[in-house]
Design a binder for this molecule. Sequence first.
Ligand code: GDP
Ligand code: MG
Length: 164
Amino acid sequence: LKPLTVAIVGRPNVGKSTFFNRLVGRRLALVDDRPGVTRDRREGEAKLGDLALTIIDTAGLEEADADSLEGRMRAQTERAVADADVSVFLIDARAGVTPADRHFADLLRRSGKPVVLVANKCEGAAGEGGFYDAYSLGFGEPVPFSAEHGLGLADLVLALEEHA
Ligand code: GDP
Ligand code: MG
């Protein structure tokens, strides 16, 4: 298996940073908080079975003002996706698929790079509807996941290994 660089992509609040922390945990190699340019971006290393990952979290949009939010999200996501071998596209299964999710889906389709769709917040029954909705995004079968509870890692590894 070749090492993979993975970009975590999705609208705010779907659980990207929780997902990042779940995978990277204590192996966080770099927190890049240089002022300015890359302060929104975190990278870390993870080892899942035989699979070695460099993971890019796209984060920190909370400080953007309303006018520039969409532009900043787009630019930051496009940069991370361009640097990655695979994008992990997170949705919030409890919230269902939203217009903002569809916006990110279009951006990812245009990237031409492989996408692993992850339905996060799938613990319990509240995520079931959103999990099935996620098929409509056009990236095939979603991986049911709970970043908060650490559920779904085995399926995630299988999905990522197809691209390694
Ligand atoms: P981000 O904006 O995409 O980085 O999302 P965060 O990682 O900051 O998470 C947003 C919120 O969703 C936080 O309150 C998390 O605790 C919560 N969250 C993240 N993952 C899960 C999950 O698997 N299940 C549930 N129920 N909540 C989660
Ligand atoms: Mg975040």
